[in-house]
Ligand binder design. Sequence first.
Ligand SMILES: [Zn+2]
Length: 93
Amino acid sequence: MLLIPCPWCGERVEAEFRYGGEAHLKRPDNHLLCSDETWAEYLFMRRNPKGWHRERWMHLAGCKRWFYVVRHTQTHRIAAAYKVGEAWPALPA
Ligand SMILES: [Zn+2]
């Protein structure tokens, strides 16, 4: 089980959190006029890397706040957790 460092509450077990998928997705500027292909890309297509990944998590059983985590998808190691609006930490090498 993962130990996830909530930026407000500290490290807690994974069961307290809700996974929110890939972080920092950019909604198309004018979603009402964009093509179906662009909208489908935004809704369904994800990077799914083998390596470092920026993810959204919500501390459901705690502070109920959304934040971001930098996690390695193969080792599950967590390199950073940061609040919405904070500068993105660099991905580890
Ligand atoms: Zn929390």
